[in-house]
Design a protein around this ligand. Structure first.
Ligand SMILES: NC(=O)c1ccc[n+]([C@@H]2O[C@H](COP(=O)([O-])OP(=O)(O)OC[C@H]3O[C@@H](n4cnc5c(N)ncnc54)[C@H](OP(=O)(O)O)[C@@H]3O)[C@@H](O)[C@H]2O)c1
Length: 246
């Protein structure tokens, strides 16, 4: 088993990619610390996971609320639980041209996607130091690497994740803490459900492999980055996009 007895904290674990990552990590023996805003769906998700050693844990944690993040990490350390891996998966996507976007929406997207990645990572470092190793996995996007029409705010928030990943990987490499990011393309989750039909079809046509990505496609790469299979890999941004051209 690739993650036997490893404590792995996943943000936004209730559905979509976060749920798929929780499932594949649990199958590989990890003890999942599932966090998110909706306790009911988190508990439901966790109740279906296989348990090999200690039970999985669930915490209410809105990544935009520093008090939530501090409370969860303090509670874990007080209980002598020190995580080996964090997946900063929680994120939101809302499209708007820069001419039309309201300041509130800019704050909301940046608070969730950027601060919501930085704050949990900062708190995870103390845990990794206790374990003398650690893996931080951030969710960026193909929009963050290539850009897209009408997505300057979402896209730049995901580009920030790339800059954060690259700089932090240099800071933490001497401490045996690895920092990598995944840049998914067009993945079949609730995030793309409300998308304009024309935009949806255009994106689908742009995929070389002619199918939407599955949350599991992303989860398998997260598993590689969380496990020792990637023990000498840090500062990388791995595209999971089926050969998408945008
Ligand atoms: N789907 C794609 O095509 C795609 C492509 C590129 C990148 N990504 C990235 O992949 C990640 C996961 O996306 P997804 O497709 O799985 O989306 P999703 O199905 O909409 O799930 C998003 C998850 O993030 C959680 N979340 C949102 N805001 C949060 C907050 N403030 N605090 C804690 N949790 C919060 C949601 O929880 P609630 O239940 O509380 O809302 C949900 O569990 C995101 O970072 C996204 O940007 C997705």
């Amino acid at each position: 088993m690739l993650l036997r007895d490893k404590f792995c904290l996943i943000t936004g674990a209730s559905k979509g990619i976060g749920k798929a990552i929780s499932e594949i990590f649990a199958k590989e023996g990890a003890i999942i610390i599932a966090t998110g805003r909706d306790l009911e769906s988190l508990n439901l998700m966790v109740s279906d996971l296989p348990v090999y050693s200690a039970p999985h844990l669930v915490f209410k944690m809105d990544v935009t609320k520093e008090e939530d993040v501090l409370r969860v990490f303090n509670e874990l350390s007080q209980n002598k639980i020190f995580i080996h891996c964090i997946v900063n998966n929680a994120g939101i996507m809302e499209d708007a041209t820069l001419q039309m976007v309201k300041t509130d929406l800019i704050h909301k997207i940046y608070n969730t996607n950027v601060l919501g990645t930085i704050l949990p990572s900062q708190n995870a470092i103390k845990h990794f130091l206790r374990n003398r190793c650690g893996s931080i996995i951030n969710l960026s996007s193909i929009i963050g690497t290539k850009g897209n029409l009408g997505q300057s705010i979402y896209g730049s928030s995901k580009s920030a994740i790339i800059g954060f990943t690259k700089s932090l990987s240099k800071e933490l490499a001497p401490l045996n803490i690895r920092v990598n990011a995944i840049a998914p393309g067009f993945i079949d989750t609730d995030m793309i459900k409300g998308m304009d039909q024309k935009f949806y079809e255009k994106n689908l046509k742009a995929i070389g492999m002619r199918r939407l990505g599955k949350p599991e496609d992303v989860a398998k790469v997260a598993l590689f980055l969380a496990s020792d299979l990637s023990e000498y890999v840090t500062g990388q941004i791995i595209g999971v996009d089926g050969g998408m051209i945008i």
